[in-house]
Design a protein around this ligand. Structure first.
Ligand SMILES: Nc1ncnc2c1ncn2[C@@H]1O[C@H](COP(=O)(O)OP(=O)(O)OP(=O)(O)O)[C@@H](O)[C@H]1O
Length: 787
């Protein structure tokens, strides 16, 4: 309950600020009646439990607040209490009766003025009539007292964490550039400057024009203007102060936020162009409206989408139900037809009985036998019952069908969702698979690159004699002992006499598997006649060599990789006396083949290539080729082959997952034996053969020497052999060379020469091998090696 200060008539509501003193400012006359602002204030009915009344003091008592007090800020200001004004009324007997006015703030937001009238509390209602103060209001509002006003609910905008009451005024709003911020409806903070009207006994809002002259406001306006010299419109500042609970710092901060630093400097013309500022403000408002509209549009679009979906769903439902209704109508029609038929039958039965009925005149008995009639009516009843049953059965069936349909729809929806999820997972797995496959291959190839793309192995033939010109010191070193001198040679691997075919094949395995990944791989066997080249490459049926084992391995890899479908094609040719012969041709004796250069690759037009799928296929093909091969006996080796044998296996793989096609070729080359013509005592045809062999092997040596020196010109075209093997030796491929040597002392010279040859090759660097992989649709760019 507010305490009132009882004063004599004529005194004004007084603010108890004992420290205030100062000259009376020039003030406009106190408004009488209601100004526009007053009306507005009454419409708004602000909750002003912290009202400040300054202009309502009598001229004598009106004092200007001290400057220090202003500096102390809002908190101090708000703790200054305004006690309820007191007016006097004249009693009937002329004595002055003191009226203690109180302000009652109803929970509905209306501020009422109350006073004690002849011992009863009354209040001034909206029509300015005195009404007894309702008792129930004690629980529906509060009297403004010094303590409530001083409780300080105000919070400055500068507070980083505003302490606000948790009520329905708390909320949040999205502000562009700031995000979602907390808001609080500080109703009590606006339009708080009121004056006491003793005639009406209510607090009235002070018009802006007058408010400017209130010292308290004046001082704050000055402070805002000193902070923002560009802002000179006092009315505007006062209005802003009202909105900011008379906090000049908040006003300055609001203006700075809205109009920027332009306001920090004084405008030469005295004030900034408010048209600009207002248009900026309008722009901000327009942005806000646009944002609102955009959000509304989004919501509407979503609604439209939903409606579309709903309508298409309903259309489907209607179609389905139409079908069901049609079906049921058909059934009904059938039932009705049955019923009709039954009725017809009854009628015909009745008709049949009719002639038997005696004339009506003579017979008084019924025309129809009552028993029959009962029977017929019973039948009809039964039919009706069964008809009803049928109808209810059909109805039930329809309901069941609808329910089942609903369930089915739900299940279909779930299935579609599951399918979608599964598709996503599959796609994810596929990409993971692709990434991992690529990574695995690149690591593997890096490893091979580090090992070198040309690898040289030395294999020592098994010899029955105990004396040997070769000594194997370790896995990679071999020593030739000749007439007391020892020469060391290093290779990637040295296979002693005891090495098995498996051991030898194991050395080539990593390179061979690259063929499946789209690399050109070449395995050569070089050595003197009878040193074991054919044994190493081809081997025997029981103990196959590199050729069969590598092809077998390729078939195994191809079969293992289910995601890639492979096509294998095999071709066999021999280079005999520097001419190319197709060993798989069905017309032996046909014209010799030629080599054509196609870009970086070479081709042999007309060469037979047979598609193979199993090991048996390959063995058959190779057997055919072997038969056609020209074998001539020499003095040194009855089975010695006098031509270079080139077996090429093309492997084309289509990866179903990645959609890529790889093309690799495995070229297996069993070279004819290098030999000294004098030693073999060749003559005639054998001499021509030997000369051609030596010439091509010399050309091969020249190519390796040129490669070793990184020569600009590599003489690939010096022989058919080197010309054909160009793609295998020019840097695009991975190459393994077996140098086969005989341990026999009598072959020491040839062994030395062969190891020397191998040593040269080992110093050759083919560079980085290239993978022949193209997208499935563009596979004509794949490189080809032997044809
Ligand atoms: N490591 C070995 N173990 C057992 N026998 C071998 C081995 N190497 C070669 N031979 C045998 O030595 C003989 C000659 O071998 P092979 O025919 O492979 O020599 P080549 O170098 O191919 O001769 P050419 O150049 O005349 O064709 C064959 O009977 C072969 O079985």
């Amino acid at each position: 309950m507010g305490s009132g200060a009882s004063v004599n008539e004529g005194t004004r509501p007084e603010r108890l600020e004992p420290g205030e003193a100062g000259p009376e400012p020039a003030r406009p006359p106190t408004p009488v009646g209601r100004s526009d602002d007053t009306l507005q204030a009454e419409e708004e009915k602000p909750d002003s439990h912290m009202m400040e009344v300054r202009s309502l003091k009598s001229e004598e008592s009106y004092t200007q607040p001290k400057e220090e007090e202003e500096e102390e800020g809002e908190e101090e200001r708000t703790t200054h209490t305004v006690l309820s004004p007191a007016v006097t009324e004249t009693g009937t007997e002329g004595e002055e009766v003191s009226l203690d006015f109180e302000s009652f703030l109803h929970n509905n937001g209306t501020l009422y003025s109350c006073f004690n009238h002849h011992g009863n509390r009354v209040y001034v209602d909206e029509s300015q009539n005195l009404q007894p103060f309702p008792k129930e209001w004690n629980n529906q509002g509060r009297f403004i007292t010094a303590s409530t006003e001083g409780s300080g609910q105000l919070q400055t905008a500068a507070s980083s964490q505003p302490a606000v009451r948790e009520d329905d005024r708390t909320g949040s709003v999205y502000i562009q550039g700031k995000g979602t911020v907390m808001t609080y409806m500080f109703e009590e903070r606006v339009n708080v400057c009121r004056f006491w009207d003793p005639q009406s006994g209510v607090w009235l809002l002070l018009p802006l024009q007058w408010e400017i002259n209130v010292e308290f406001v004046k001082a704050r306006v000055q402070r805002v203007m000193s902070t923002l010299p560009g802002l000179v419109d006092q009315k505007e500042i006062t209005a802003a102060l009202r909105q900011c609970n008379y906090d000049p710092d908040e006003v300055a901060s609001v203006y700075l936020t809205m109009f920027g630093e332009i306001l920090l400097q004084a405008s030469p013309s005295g004030d900034h162009d408010y048209a600009d500022l207002n248009s900026f403000r309008a722009l901000l408002e327009r942005d806000r409206v646009i944002e609102d509209l955009r959000l509304k549009l989004q919501t509407k679009e979503k609604e439209v989408d939903n409606l579309f979906q709903r309508s298409s769903y309903l259309a489907r439902e209607v179609r389905y139900l139409t079908d069901v209704v049609q079906h049921l109508n058909q059934k009904l029609a059938e039932l009705e037809a049955d019923q009709q038929e039954a009725r017809e039958k009854i009628r015909s039965l009745l008709n049949r009985r009719a002639p038997a009925v005696p004339p009506a005149r003579t017979v008084t008995k019924p025309a129809v036998d009552p028993g029959q009639l009962r029977q017929v009516s019973g039948l009809t009843r039964e039919l009706n019952v069964s008809n009803k049953q049928l109808r209810s059965t059909v109805g039930q069936a329809m309901t069941d069908m609808k329910n089942q349909l609903e369930q089915l729809k739900g299940a279909v929806g779930k299935l579609a969702q599951v399918e979608q999820e599964a598709a996503g997972e599959v796609e994810e797995l596929r990409s993971l698979y692709r990434r991992e496959a690529v990574e695995r291959k690149s690591l593997y190839n890096k490893l091979l690159e580090l090992q070198g793309n040309i690898r040289v192995f030395c294999r020592c033939r098994k010899s029955p004699t105990s004396s040997s010109c070769l000594e194997k010191t370790d896995d990679q070193e071999v020593v030739v002992v000749q007439r007391g001198s020892r020469r060391k040679f290093h290779f990637d691997k040295v296979y002693p006499q005891s090495s098995s075919q498996e051991d030898v094949f194991a050395g080539t395995l990593p390179v061979i598997t690259s063929c499946v990944d789209g690399y050109n791989v070449c395995i050569l066997a070089y050595g003197q006649t009878g040193s074991g080249k054919t044994y190493t490459m081809m081997g025997s049926k029981e103990n196959p060599g590199v050729n069969i084992r590598s092809i077998r391995e390729l078939l195994r890899i191809c079969a293992e990789n289910e995601k890639v479908s492979y096509t294998l094609k095999i071709s066999m040719l021999e280079i005999y006396n520097d001419t190319l012969n197709d060993l798989l041709t069905k017309s032996p004796g046909a014209a010799a083949l030629d080599i054509r250069v196609q870009g970086k690759s070479v081709a042999v037009p007309g060469l037979t290539r047979i598609q193979v799928q199993t090991e048996a296929d390959i063995l058959n093909v190779m057997e055919t080729g072997e038969k056609n091969r020209k074998i001539a006996s020499t003095k040194m080796n009855i089975q010695s082959s006098r031509s270079h044998l080139v077996v090429a296996l093309e492997v084309e793989g289509s990866d179903e997952v990645s959609g890529l096609t790889s093309r690799g070729t495995l070229t297996l080359c069993d070279l004819a034996g290098s030999e000294r013509i004098s030693k073999t005592e060749a003559e005639g045809q054998r001499l021509v053969e030997a000369a051609a062999i030596n010439k091509s092997l010399t050309a091969l040596g020249q190519v390796f020497s040129a490669l070793k020196c990184n020569a600009l010109h590599i003489p690939f075209r010096n022989s058919k052999l080197t010309h054909l093997l160009q793609p295998c030796l020019s840097g695009d491929a991975k190459c393994c060379v077996f140098v086969n040597v005989s341990p026999d002392v009598k072959d020491a010279v040839e062994t030395l020469s062969t190891l020397q040859f191998g040593s040269t090759i080992r110093q050759v660097s083919l560079g980085r091998a290239t993978q022949n992989i193209v997208p499935a649709k563009n596979n004509k760019t794949a490189k080809q090696t032997t044809n």
